[in-house]
Design a protein around this ligand. Structure first.
Ligand code: SF4
Length: 243
């Protein structure tokens, strides 16, 4: 059974990042963060029953567009990955791939108790229990299922954290990639890999650190294969002359 120490607790938000000495640069940073927090595009990965509370949160009654959050259908243009309930092992592979395709900075929200600790499916062999073992979750909205008001409150909290500069968990994925990859390998098998060059991205963002590489990333070298171009052939039969 899940022990109490496994269950995430509500934590006080982290301190705002230390500010540099240049006041003009600080004003510019504040402005960028303000703009980012007021125009968020949300990719909702409808994994469980919690997805049913998203349409009311989006539409005219509760209307998340009034706080600058709009739905988006592709990961490349999205800022928020919303996981809306229990996650099966098969689905988690797609979620990780989707997350890695999103451009940084990016944010993950787990909706429903099932994303926090497995919820009522904690005993199932087919579901992943704690989403933050596999992806850097910025915010959980607990409940089975949470009401649209709770969803809106959670989104407002994320918006405020982005504006304050305290919601940067996407950096953790690069800085501790070996930890996340290790948990993914434990679930999917030691030959698990995605086509994304996460290590190269960590270097690109200046987030490559001592925990980016480790025993789990070393395994990638054993089985990494170059991506092959998708070959599409059309085997159309020869057209017969039609009378
Ligand atoms: S927390 Fe409840 S409503 Fe949400 S996915 Fe789990 S069982 Fe479904």
């Amino acid at each position: 059974m899940t022990s109490l120490s496994d269950i995430p607790v509500i934590q006080t938000p982290p301190e705002a990042p230390a500010r540099g000495g240049n006041p003009l640069a600080n004003v510019f940073d504040d402005f960028i963060r303000y703009c980012r927090s007021r125009s968020l595009f949300m990719l909702h990965y409808c994994t469980g029953c919690g997805a049913i509370e998203l349409p009311p949160a989006m539409t005219s009654r509760f209307d998340m567009e009034r706080i600058g959050i709009q739905p988006m259908v592709t990961p490349r243009q999205a800022d928020i990955l919303l996981v809306t309930g229990y996650v099966s092992v098969k689905t988690l592979k797609r979620i990780i791939l989707t997350y890695e395709q999103m451009a940084s900075p990016k944010y993950v929200i787990g909706i429903c108790s099932c994303t926090v600790n497995g919820g009522m499916y904690w005993q199932s062999y087919a579901t992943a229990k704690k989403l933050n073992d596999y992806l850097p979750v910025d915010l959980y909205i607990a409940g089975c299922m949470p009401r649209p008001e709770a969803v809106i409150e959670g989104l407002k909290a994320l918006r405020d954290n982005i504006e304050a500069g305290t919601s940067d968990n996407w950096k953790d994925y690069y800085q501790r990639y070996d930890h996340y990859l290790g948990n993914q390998q434990r679930l999917f098998g030691a030959d698990w890999q995605t086509p994304t060059e996460v290590i190269a991205e960590a270097k690109h963002y200046g987030l490559f650190g001592p925990d980016t590489l480790g025993e789990h990333t070393r395994r990638l070298e054993d089985h990494r294969k170059p991506l092959e171009p998708l070959r599409m052939t059309l085997n159309a039969g020869r057209l017969e002359h039609m009378e």
